[in-house]
Structure formats: C-alpha cells, structure tokens
Design a protein around this ligand. Structure first.
Ligand code: GAL
Length: 411
C-alpha cells in the first residue's frame, strides 16, 4: 500500500512537471546578513537555489560577523556542520581547511572556468590554499567609503562635502544645527573599519601595504602613521554621542538626516536602497573619503563543509555553481551594494556609487582586505584596541604604540 502510494505520488509529481522536487535536498546555509538591505540581497540566492528544486534553509545569525563567525566555526569544528556558509574570503577559513573540514571545489572551478572569469584574480587566490580552491566568492565589498546625508547638510546650510577635509571643516556647523557629524556604531570592527579607511586616505597605499601586508612595525610607529592616529583622534571627536551599536543603525542616522555621515563599507548602500533613497540625490558616497580613491577587494564567499552524504554533496556543488553564475551575480549584487566577482556581466543599471566602485576596480586601484592580509588573531587584537581607543580618551600616541606592538608580532 505504501509503495503504491509513493509510486502514484511520484507519477503525479512527474505529470505536474515537479520532478525536481522529488529529489529536493535541504541545505542549511548560515550567514550574518540580517539588516534590511542584506536580507533583500540574500533572498536572491535563496530564490535561485529553490528554483533548482533544492531547498535553501536559511540559517541567518543575528549580529555582526564578529558574532557569527565563532558560531559558524565551532559548529564545523564540533562536527555539526551546515550545508554551506558565508565567511569573508581571506584567512578566516585557513584552519578549517588545514583540518580537512571544507570541501575542495577545484574540480568544479576548473570545469566551469572560474579562473577565466573571476575578476580580480586575487578573489580566487583568497579562496585558494596549496593550489586548491575552497570557496566560491560572491562579491567584492570594500570598506573605504564615506556616506553623506544631503538632508543633514541642507539643514545646516552647507554644501555636501567632497572630501574628508571638507567634512571635518563642516562638522561644527552640523553640530550647531543639532546634527551628529559622524555616526559610529560602538563595535570594534566598525571602529577598525573607520580607522583603516582613514589610514588609506591619510597614509596612502604604500604605507598601508608596508604595515598591513609586510608587517613593518617601524612604519606603524613612524611619522606617517602618527598623522593617521591624529586624524583618527579627530574623527573620534566628531563621533562623540553616537550611541548606536549595529552598523545599520548608524547608517539609519544618515538616512534620517540625524547624522552628517558614516564611514562604512559599501554594504551600507543596501540600506539606502531599501529606504528608497537615490545616490547623488539623497546621499553622496565618497570612495577613499574623497582623498585617495582606493578600495579594498574584500567581500564574502561561501564555503561548503565536508559532509558524508551524497545528496547533500550534490546540492552543495549546485549551490556553488549557482552563486557565481551571471544572472545570480547581477541580481544579488545590485541589492547588496557590492560589485560582482565576474568581469563579463552587464551592470549598466548599477547606481552612481556602484559605478564609482566599478571605475576604481577597472583602473586597478585596489588593495587586499584586512581579512586577506592579517590573521584572524591579529585582526581581533586590532579591533579590541580600536574599541578601546574610540570609546575612551586614550591618546593618539598611546594607541599608535600599542598598534605598532601588535604589528610587530603579527603573522
Ligand atoms: C561584512 C560582510 C558584508 C556585510 C557586513 C556587515 O563582513 O562582508 O557582506 O554583511 O559584514 O554585516
């Protein structure tokens, strides 16, 4: 009776063209995309995956990457892996790969020619260990952006600044109009992102590379970085009174004209979009703080924990393939505010800010991300230092000395 029922069920499924759903495989996918813009973007992945007949089981983890990553990593280490997970490509997965816990995607990547279309190639390098590819990059996100509220500057009676110096000069007038000059979420990673952005603007690419890539502690302790720390201390003054925690709450202060600006990655764009704001009309974005138009090429990638189940393995490969495919790349990245990982797709519908990013990318004015250059341990030490620096009156000189000591020991 049971067999008869399932055969007739199968026949019905086939006759309704639902054959794929018979083999539907559920795949739990973890990520930390929980803001309005992020949720809109990730739903594009879920939609496309479900359309293959598989089932995306959403494993969103509330909070920032700093909250989500340890949960994700400990689940994999502890033998309770999800089907797929977001991480930032770079060095975050190094240990998991070394332990043999993540699936080698090289055969799929070779078959589909990932090396031919992933642009810049550093994205795939960041997925590669000992010549093997372990992740599917899905976007290029950069941290070096200043987001400015047109409404806030209008209210203060001043023109929208075109660079960091103009922004700093405008701050007293904003404050006088009761507007917070710089919105800042009170979390170490956000304060570190702002610091990194100020570094690239003030010190330039060469000094940044010397310190973050070559781990040159002398440069970190030297005169160029002294200027960086002084600029960061000045920015700290502009952010006094910003009591929000999450990055998107800080973005919301800009969207609602309660703050003049925010230094944040280009994922902030997703929030402006969801709020119906238009780049160039309601807000302005200044890459490299309008000083040095250089962006890092960090971002997100999906990793696939090793599982002992053939159906799941098959669904994992289907998802990996889908994530890098042209249509999914366009649909996802237009909502996410990030740039696609492919150089061969049409992005003419991208907004003003994305077009600026694409131009910078095409000109090759790019750097590796902190996640690529520094070990997770070093990153955490710097974030802890920045959390302290931004929330106390620690002097620029003391912060610089602690920072140089971290770089001295960095791997
Ligand atoms: C980053 C991630 C972005 C964005 C951001 C804030 O680590 O690359 O996609 O989600 O966190 O949540």
């Amino acid at each position: 009776m049971k067999i008869k029922q399932s055969i007739s069920g199968l026949a019905a499924a086939i006759s309704f063209g639902l054959c794929a759903s018979v083999q539907a495989t559920e795949l739990e996918v973890t990520h930390w995309w929980t803001s309005g813009g992020e949720a809109a973007a990730v739903s594009e992945f879920a939609k496309a995956f479900d359309a293959t007949g598989n089932k995306w089981v959403d494993g969103a983890i509330a909070g920032s990457g700093g909250t989500a990553r340890p949960i994700i990593i400990s689940r994999i280490l502890g033998g309770d892996p999800m089907g797929a997970t977001q991480l930032n490509h770079g060095r975050q997965a190094e240990e998991l790969i070394e332990e043999g816990l993540l699936t080698d995607l090289t055969d799929l990547a070779d078959k589909e020619g990932w090396r031919d279309f992933v642009n810049p190639s550093s994205l795939l390098d960041a997925c590669t260990l000992d010549g093997r590819i372990y992740c599917a990059p899905v976007n290029i996100h950069s941290g070096q952006w200043l987001w400015l509220s047109h409404g806030a500057f209008k209210e203060a009676g001043i023109d929208v600044p075109q660079n960091w110096a103009e922004f700093v000069a405008a701050a007293p007038q904003l404050a006088e109009a009761g507007i917070l000059p710089l919105a800042m979420g009170q979390q170490g990673w956000q304060q570190n992102l702002a610091f990194g952005t100020i570094t690239v603007a003030v010190a330039g690419m060469e000094a940044w590379t010397e310190v973050s890539v070559n781990k040159n502690a002398e440069v970190a302790a030297g005169p160029v970085y002294k200027e960086v720390f002084e600029a960061a201390a000045a920015a700290r003054e502009l952010a006094k009174g910003s009591n929000v925690q999450d990055w998107n709450m800080a973005t919301n202060l800009v969207i609602t004209d309660k703050a003049g600006g925010q230094i944040m990655g280009d994922w902030a764009q997703g929030e402006f979009q969801v709020a119906g704001q238009v780049a160039g009309e309601d807000y302005t974005c200044l890459p490299g703080l309008g000083v040095n138009e250089i962006l890092d090429t960090g971002g997100d990638a999906f990793y696939f924990p090793v599982v002992d189940d053939e159906e799941t393995q098959k669904a994992q490969m289907e998802l990996a393939s889908l994530l890098v495919s042209p249509k999914v790349q366009v649909d996802f990245n237009l909502k996410k505010g990030s740039l696609p990982i492919r150089g061969d797709i049409d992005l003419s519908t991208a907004n003003d800010c994305m077009q600026k990013g694409l131009k910078i990318l095409a000109a090759g004015n790019v750097l590796p991300s902190g996640d690529m250059a520094l070990s997770p341990d070093t990153q955490t030490q710097i974030e802890d230092l920045m959390a302290e620096f931004w929330s106390t009156d620690m002097s620029a000189a003391d912060a610089q000395a602690s920072y140089a000591a971290i770089i001295e020991d960095a791997e």
